[in-house]
Design a protein around this ligand. Structure first.
Ligand code: SF4
Length: 213
């Protein structure tokens, strides 16, 4: 139904994996517009990720101020780049292409400041691996629909959802759930009357029962 409503074609994001990783770290708990502003500022202040790695944290942090908790993010960016340099000997992530999705996931989440959502985004969009990023929209909607238990962690949710979503649909599923979460199934006051999923939704059924009792 999501595909029928929103389509199955997802515009390809062709980003360097390190760019995608840093962009995603900047996006943590921040609106897209602020993320993009911080990323642009970073890319125009430094000519390479090696320069970012060499920059003092105090210099880096104000440049990404628009991304919210900029001091924490500056620390995470420096730590992730430093660990990649130590392990790989260069600021690139080509080695992930030769790993299976589970090993690639473990490798990325072992970097400081990189959680499963950030790692999944890098693997899905840069390496075309079928790993579903469980962001706030995916987590909320799949719980409301009853696809996963309401008290589940994001990490466990990802494993359960990966078992029921065909690999070929992961990218469009992620894209469409994010779109649905932004437009219809909002965190506060979801627009259930306009939602094409309402007959399948346990959150909506429970709300109707409460209203009629
Ligand atoms: S019916 Fe309401 S709660 Fe359920 S998916 Fe649609 S908008 Fe979300």
């Amino acid at each position: 139904m999501l595909v029928k409503e929103y389509g199955s074609v997802v515009a390809e994001r062709v980003m360097d994996p390190i760019d995608e990783l840093i962009l995603t770290i900047l996006s943590q708990n921040t609106a897209d517009v602020n993320t993009e502003r911080a990323f642009r500022a970073l890319k125009s202040a430094y000519s390479s990720w090696e320069e970012v790695l060499g920059a003092p944290e105090d210099e880096l942090a104000p440049i990404i101020r628009s991304s919210g908790p900029f001091r924490v993010k500056a620390k995470r960016i420096k730590a992730a780049l430093g660990e990649i340099m130590n392990r790989v000997g260069a600021l690139q992530l080509d080695l992930l292409a030769n790993m299976n999705p589970n090993d690639a996931m473990d490798w990325l989440v072992s970097l400081h400041g990189v959680g499963p959502k950030t790692a999944s985004i890098v693997l899905l969009f840069c390496f075309d691996m079928p790993v579903l990023p469980v962001d706030t929209h995916v987590w909320r909607i799949t719980k409301r629909l009853g696809l996963i238990p309401s008290n589940i962690t994001r990490e466990k949710a990802q494993k359960l959802l990966m078992d029921i979503i065909p690999s070929s649909c992961v990218k469009s599923m992620n894209h469409n759930l994010v779109k649905h979460g932004r437009n219809i199934c909002k965190s506060q006051n979801p627009l259930c009357v306009s939602c094409f999923l309402r007959i399948h939704c346990i959150y909506h059924s429970a709300k109707k029962e409460t209203q009629s009792s």
